[in-house]
Design a protein around this ligand. Structure first.
Ligand SMILES: [Zn+2]
Length: 334
């Protein structure tokens, strides 16, 4: 049992924070940095819960039953103050002064600590960051500040230097897929496809899986691509017609195509053992007769189509052109 049980991946980060809690060597300010969907808020929450628990375990994790834990779960523990941007609005200086600086100077109600969770700290105005800096420079002993931000965001170096910066790693596709398939009962192969789409974001993977059209489109794309590479032009046209039914999901189609070529390349270079967890995919992959240079140029055609669609080109037409390029046996040959 640790304060971070149930969070997927991030083993080193969980161990490092767990040790700090267990030995009571908690920093007065943390900056948790990670891309969208990596669980920064989850880490911040678990850390806060453990810090305000009235009867933490020997490892420093929250007991889950004390009044402070109960209030925390109910979302109204007065010793946990949460600040985050309101929609597209930045976090302004007044909010930091009133809800953070002033509150920080007041002793906690019940817990030994008062925790401030500032989500999207990179969305604070420079004036707000400077106001916060004053408190971070001379933090009251009972206060702990947990800031979360995306990497490369606009967190001032002065704020950063006052925080223990921790990198929240993205969850690997396979870790995400295992979790999602256990949680939803979806088969692992579809869960992995959704996880690769979501690029490590669990919430996004769950939403993708819930979309019935996802697996339908995915199967159609794989079916269309498997026949390419010198196929009769009539068949390519038929495949294009079929995919045009999903032109609202053109970007997804392109991404699915990229994943298909990535799978093919891994199958050739690493071998079938790479697909031990998805045996259903082996038939399609081993049946494909494309050369490695055709696979690479197919992926290139997909990337090209994706860029065109993002720039506003006609989606159905872009996909049709992509299919013709993928089918052209000379394409990609030097
Ligand atoms: Zn507790």
């Amino acid at each position: 049992m640790s304060a971070f049980d149930g969070i997927i991946g991030g083993e080193r980060l969980k161990a490092a924070l767990g040790r700090q809690l267990a030995y009571g060597r908690v920093s007065h300010a943390y900056l948790l940095e990670g891309t969208a969907g990596t669980g920064k808020a989850l880490y911040a929450d678990r850390l806060a819960k453990a810090l305000v628990c009235l009867a933490p375990g020997e490892d420093g994790s929250a007991c889950g039953v004390c009044s402070s834990c109960a209030l925390f779960v109910a979302g109204n523990n007065p010793d946990v103050i949460r600040v985050q941007p309101d929609g597209a609005k930045l976090i302004g200086v007044d909010e930091i002064r009133e809800r953070v600086n002033r509150e920080a100077s007041v002793t906690p109600y019940a817990a030994a600590r008062k925790v401030f969770i500032i989500r999207r700290a990179d969305a604070m105005t420079p004036a707000a960051q400077n106001a916060l800096l004053k408190t971070l420079e001379e933090p009251p002993g009972h206060a702990v500040f947990i800031l979360t931000a995306r990497p490369g965001g606009a967190v001032l170096p002065t704020i950063r230097s006052r925080c223990q910066t921790l990198n929240v790693p993205p969850v690997s596709d396979r870790e995400a897929a295992r979790f999602v398939s256990e949680k939803t009962g979806a088969d692992y192969s579809s869960a992995l496809e959704a996880a690769r789409f979501a690029r490590g974001g669990i919430g996004a993977a769950l939403r993708i899986l819930a979309n019935e059209r996802f697996s339908e489109i995915s199967e159609t794309v794989r079916g269309a691509l498997a026949g390419l590479g010198g196929a009769d032009i009539v068949d390519v046209y038929a495949a294009a017609r079929k995919l045009s039914e999903y032109k609202d999901s053109a970007e997804e189609i392109v991404l699915m195509a990229l994943l298909w070529y990535t799978d093919l390349l891994e199958f050739r270079r690493i071998g079938p053992e790479r697909f031990m967890d998805r045996p259903g995919r082996l038939g399609d992959l081993s049946a494909c007769r494309l050369t490695e240079s055709q696979i690479l140029s197919g992926a290139e055609a997909a990337a090209e189509a994706g860029a065109k669609i993002r720039r506003g080109a006609n989606p159905a037409l872009s996909i049709e052109i992509m299919l013709y390029k993928m089918n052209d046996e000379r394409f990609g040959k030097v």
